[in-house]
Write a protein that binds this ligand. Structure first.
Ligand SMILES: Nc1nc2c(c(=O)[nH]1)N[C@H]1C(S)=C(S)[C@@H](COP(=O)(O)O)O[C@H]1N2
Ligand SMILES: [Mo]
Length: 400
């Protein structure tokens, strides 16, 4: 990466925008929001999604087993407020902080346009994208525990091909202070207000080490521009990490020589409750999970059938998957599709059920990743219901 990726003209233009940015409220970047505007703009029909208002969950029963990547139209949406509509021509990414080689205050942030970013080498990354709270409803239904937050089953996840630029290629021409440690990403969506508290704009810090490793600033998914709901025109992607780390509608990046914090790494998205220390760290790498490509309580005919599902881990590849067709009494290995080992997407698997007998059955799938992490049988309780990684009991009905 060389500084020539930012042309002199681009930098001058950026400097001009930076000068004006302090005067221009972010609302100039957006169409007028009406109070009646929906929180999610893409269609979320009931055959593809469970509607949670500001959030929408992908239905595993709608997943096409022949398709490895999740189409953008089918991907879950998790909004703290509502999807903003941003004019890409007026959009800039503001970069500031004392962790830059030449420190910049917020009001003198460097502003990068999409054209500036598109001059850098384009990168594509296939990776699982998943909400920290995926599977949360099973704390109640499977473990009898009360937790707060959206009652997802297992569909707050997808596997997609991101396209954009590496964050390290964006930072290289700016240079970092030798002791830069933290980067805070802030979204352009409305401030998040909950329980009478205004938490400000959705934002979360992450280590410079992750920024320089595999962080991406993405404008595309599966070869299309991002949809507004998924962060158009630009979002951060921290592969393998909890969904909240991948800030949508990325408005600014602050690079700092001190550890930055936000409610999204202190109050939210860390483990809280009686079993956790008060200083439990912010959640980062996603755990191991598995899902069957079936509706819960799916009705199956009593004849031989091949069942399919997927397993994934934030820490790397899936090494093996065990399945049980009898509620956990006996286990067998699933047939794992090893083509999925070429990238950071999820792993598809299948199992032949030779003699399904009429009645109710529970299907279980349990994966192990290449770090040796195996899904537990009970997930660790925490009040906000994060990281439900236990084996999920999936009921089906076989009819004669
Ligand atoms: N600006 C902003 N970024 C955000 C959020 C948000 O509400 N606002 N939600 C986060 C959470 S909790 C998740 S799980 C993912 C969801 O991304 P998606 O809606 O594109 O699937 O975005 C993250 N980034
Ligand atoms: Mo999330």
């Amino acid at each position: 990466m060389t500084t020539s990726a930012f042309t002199r003209r681009g930098l001058l233009a950026a400097a001009a925008v930076a000068g004006g940015a302090a005067l221009a409220p972010t609302s100039t970047w957006r169409l007028p929001a009406s109070a009646a505007a929906p929180a999610i703009l893409k269609p979320t029909p009931p055959e593809w999604f469970t509607d949670f208002g500001t959030n929408a969950e992908m239905l595993w029963s709608s997943v096409d087993p022949r398709r490895r990547l999740t189409p953008q139209s089918r991907l879950f949406v998790r909004n703290h407020t509502r999807t903003p509509v941003i004019d890409p021509a007026a959009y800039t990414l503001r970069v500031f902080g004392d962790g830059l080689a030449t420190p910049r205050a917020e009001d003198e942030a460097l502003s990068l346009t999409l054209a500036d970013l598109r001059r850098l080498p384009c990168r594509e990354v296939v990776a699982v994208h998943e909400c920290t709270g995926n599977g949360r409803s099973f704390f109640a239904s499977q473990q009898g525990q009360t937790v707060s937050g959206t009652a997802w089953t297992l569909g707050a996840v997808g596997s997609v091909r991101w396209s954009g630029v590496r964050l390290r290629d964006v930072l290289a021409p700016l240079g970092l202070a030798p002791d830069a440690v933290s980067v805070q990403a802030t979204g352009l969506d409305d401030p998040f207000v909950s329980g009478g508290t205004d938490y400000g704009r959705v934002r979360r810090p992450f280590p410079v080490a992750k920024a320089l490793d595999d962080a991406i600033l993405a404008w595309g998914m599966n070869g299309e521009d991002l949809l507004p709901d998924h962060g158009f025109p630009l979002r951060l992607v921290l592969p393998g990490w909890v969904g909240i780390a991948s800030i949508k509608w990325l408005g600014s990046l602050e690079v700092s020589r001190t550890e930055l914090t936000s409610p999204w790494n202190t109050t939210f998205y860390r483990m809280t409750g009686p079993d956790w220390p008060a200083d439990s760290p912010p959640l980062t790498v996603n755990p191991v999970r598995s899902a069957w490509e079936l509706a819960r309580d799916a009705v199956l005919p009593a004849r031989p059938v091949t069942l399919t599902g997927r397993s994934w881990s934030g820490a790397g590849r899936i090494r093996r998957v065990s399945v049980s067709l009898d509620g956990g009494a006996s286990w067998r290995p699933a047939a794992v599709d090893h083509r999925s080992h070429e990238d950071r997407g999820w792993t598809q698997w299948s199992v032949r059920w030779a003699r399904p007998r009429p009645g109710r059955h529970e299907l279980l799938a349990r994966a192990t990743d290449e770090q040796g992490r195996t899904q537990p049988l009970v997930a660790a309780y925490n009040t906000q219901g994060y990281f439900f990684d236990a084996v999920v009991r999936h009921p089906v009905q076989v009819v004669a």
